[in-house]
Design a protein around this ligand. Structure first.
Ligand code: IMP
Length: 431
């Protein structure tokens, strides 16, 4: 199987960065295909933490080519900072390690400004976005007013394109949100700086690069951002992100056909977290939630916000399996559950007095769902030193088995800590 799509099966922050980093050692290419700097992928190598927002998590492997494909909204300022930080830390050596699609959508400071102004104006009805300008940038692309990465290098037309995009934006900022308007000349200066820094990574057609790689049997990993329940069409709308986060988006965002055989690895934490507003049936607004938050260090890698925490929700996981066509699962942060006498696992919901086992797609219905829990024995042992499945205590092995049999998908990888070596491989990746 030359291509593997890695997707989050919850509300993001499942640990995709670690999985992609570990898988990258076996990959020739790693592709980011949607989202933008709203993502925060944390990698820990030799005890050193690196947080990536835009650059694919394969960048720490010098032999892997990382691609930012057309479906990404590219915050050019953030990207420059990220590249500089990686270079300064000696973690990115050569320009050929990164290719940026000429067709990616450029995200500029005014997108962030609009995002934050809109959230402020929404008051208690806010989405709880990351404030990274993701919604406004995707809106501009859909309105066919966006600057594409390749446009940054067409100096003769750049100013006119910017002016055209800014007409509406400045009207909104000034008249609707009472904010300072954006000056074209300031943006031109910014673009001049960033385009010089980013020029070495420019690639006219990343779709062709990926196509050729797959055709020639190279190992290609597609790195999803956010999680399935934040999908624009199939998530808990309107409390979602502005891109499609499910596996199908890997094909669209990178521009490859739908007929290739691909493995889809769904990443799930051993419990559930969510950042921002919106329904969350298994949320524990009590000591359990606080304990998961503290033990699991559940604070946003992008915004530092504390994450809402709760028990594992198998109804939601089954929905994610179906939406993405997940073929294999990776179970993350199992070590965080050590020390609980009992663990609760949600296997059904009660909706208006009726027991249901399919995830309700209407957010109104979901908000009224009460979780139905199965209680299972916990374990006391520290799992962080386990290196194979048989090192785990029986109740932890049973917990893995319960998840796998409930959603009828094999669990190939179990993670018991942030380090690369804290990964239990049950099955090799590219098989
Ligand atoms: P946006 O993507 O910044 O527009 O935010 C929309 C929703 O998606 C908010 O609830 C965010 O908290 C959530 N979100 C966006 N990116 C991530 C992520 O990488 N992890 C977790 N939640 C995210």
């Amino acid at each position: 199987m030359p291509g593997i799509i890695v997707v989050g099966s919850q509300w993001g922050d499942e640990g995709k960065g670690k999985v992609v980093d570990v898988f990258s050692a076996q990959s020739d290419y790693v592709i980011r295909y949607q989202g933008g700097a709203n993502a925060g992928h944390t990698l820990v190598v030799d005890g050193k933490k690196t947080i990536l927002h835009l650059i694919p998590s394969g960048i720490l492997h010098t032999d892997t080519t990382c691609v930012i494909a057309a479906g990404v909204v590219l915050d050019v300022e953030t990207l420059c900072k990220e590249i500089s930080a990686l270079k300064a830390a000696g973690l990115m050596q050569e320009a050929k390690q990164l290719l940026i699609s000429d067709s990616a959508t450029v995200l500029l400071p005014y997108h962030r400004q609009l995002d934050m102004a809109r959230e402020k104006a929404a008051g208690h009805e806010k989405i709880g976005t990351t404030g990274r300008g993701i919604g406004p940038a995707y809106e501009e692309r859909a309105a066919r007013k966006a600057l594409l990465f390749g446009d940054l290098f067409q100096k003769d037309q750049l100013k006119a394109k910017l002016e055209s995009a800014l007409k509406e934006k400045n009207f909104l900022l000034e008249k609707f949100y009472n904010e300072a308007p954006v000056k074209v000349d300031d943006l031109m200066k910014l673009i001049e700086d960033v385009s010089e820094q980013l020029a070495p990574y420019r690639c006219k057609d990343t779709s062709l690069v990926i196509h050729k790689a797959l055709r020639s049997g190279k190992k290609v990993l597609f790195e999803g951002a956010q999680g399935s329940l934040l999908d624009l069409l199939h998530g808990t709308y309107p409390y979602v992100t502005s891109s499609s986060t499910v596996a199908g988006s890997a094909l669209i965002g990178s521009g490859i056909g739908a007929s290739l055989p691909l493995k889809v690895v769904g990443i799930t934490k051993a419990y559930t977290t969510r950042v921002g507003s919106g329904p969350f049936p298994t949320e524990c607004d009590d000591d359990t939630g606080e304990r998961l938050r503290q033990t699991g260090a559940e604070f946003g890698a992008t915004t530092g916000r504390s994450r809402r925490c709760g028990w594992l929700d198998l109804v939601a996981l089954k929905y994610a399996v179906r939406l993405n066509g997940i073929t294999n699962l990776a179970l993350m942060k199992l070590d965080v559950l050590s020390g609980f006498d009992k663990l609760q696992v949600c296997t059904a919901y009660e909706l208006d007095g009726e027991r249901i086992t399919e995830y309700p797609v209407s957010p109104g219905d979901l908000a009224r769902c009460k979780p139905v829990y199965e209680s299972v024995p916990g374990w006391k042992e520290d799992l962080t030193r386990a290196r194979s499945l048989k090192d785990l205590p029986r109740p932890a092995q049973d917990y893995i088995q319960l998840i796998s049999s409930n959603v009828a998908i094999p669990i190939d990888v179990v993670s018991v800590g942030p380090g690369r070596d804290q990964t239990l491989w049950i099955k090799p990746l590219f098989t």
